[in-house]
Design a protein around this ligand. Structure first.
Ligand code: X90
Length: 277
């Protein structure tokens, strides 16, 4: 096949229909065990073990060699990574691109730094899929997806950001604000791709309403929505119904996220990527 999409596992996809696709896993580890965020990961077992685990846990992005392996067979490759503001995934993907291009000058590789995570990354991957299936050229696709990124946003509600704080990815003061009984932190991916806090809400119902309000405030007009959750099917479904009650034709996908996003979003967490077109 002519084109290939390669994304790190923050996109939550294991496969993608009708296009050549590969997910490169990030890793989650404790001092006792490593979890690879691929199709073989037993997600519910990982979440259960992490809940019981008393020590520290970590994550690691794909290394240069892992990206290189995924660039192997195709000639036109689109690479999609989690925000470079919180992970080394993008830098490793760029380093691998440079190495591959020096030995294979005819290969075309473009790396997108999504400045987002989870359902935000998924929107970019799906847009690439759509344009590839439309038979657009490599350069056209790069241009359109770069524009499309500006027309998407990511917001979320989290019950805990313990793992963010533990891994030094937000400051402690922010971390202390949540974790209190029944408090949800409402946040967004900032323009720079960092975790930005918008406010706090008490309880699930209020936080779902706040998410809906926030998406409209940020320019949602009935476009596509990806809702990813971690052990919160019900909250995600309530949010979906709320969006549909006003935007009847909205195209909304709802799914359980994979290892990396679940690790940081933590059980109860919900992320929403949406178009502002
Ligand atoms: O390189 C690594 O070890 C991975 C680090 C990833 C850190 C970010 C994970 C985000 C997962 C959680 C909530 C959304 C925050 C979005 C901010 C852009 C999703």
């Amino acid at each position: 096949m002519k084109y290939k999409i390669v994304a790190d596992s923050s996109c939550d996809f294991l496969t993608l229909k009708d296009v050549n696709f590969e997910a490169v896993p990030l890793k989650i580890s404790t001092n006792d065990k490593n979890y690879v965020d691929d199709a073989k990961l037993n997600l519910s077992e990982m979440l259960k073990e992490l809940k019981e685990y008393k020590g520290r846990s970590y994550t690691a992005c794909p290394n240069i060699q892992e990206w290189l392996n995924a660039y192997d067979e195709a000639d036109n490759i689109f690479v999609v990574t989690i925000t470079s503001a919180l992970s080394g995934s993008y830098s490793a993907a760029i380093a691998a691109k440079k190495m591959m291009e020096s030995t294979h000058p005819n290969k075309k590789i473009h790396v997108f730094d999504t400045l987002s995570a989870g359902p935000g990354v998924a929107l970019i991957v799906e847009k690439l899929q759509e344009l590839i299936l439309n038979n657009e050229t490599f350069d056209e696709i790069c241009e359109k997806v770069t524009q499309y990124q500006k027309d998407t946003q990511l917001i979320f509600a989290l019950k805990s950001i313990h793992n963010f704080v533990q891994n030094g990815r937000v400051n402690k003061v922010v971390g202390l604000a949540v974790g209190t009984l029944n408090i949800r932190m409402i946040g967004a991916a900032s323009e720079e791709g960092t975790l930005e806090i918008i406010g706090k809400q008490k309880g699930e119902k209020k936080s779902i309403e706040a998410l809906f309000k926030e998406m409209e405030k940020r320019g949602y007009k009935g476009g596509k929505v990806n809702i990813g959750h971690c052990e919160n099917e019900q909250g995600a479904a309530t949010l979906k119904d709320l969006i549909l009650s006003k935007y009847k034709n909205a195209n909304i996908s709802l799914y359980h996220m994979r290892g990396l996003c679940c690790y940081y979003a933590e059980p109860g967490g919900m992320l929403m990527g949406f178009e502002t077109l």
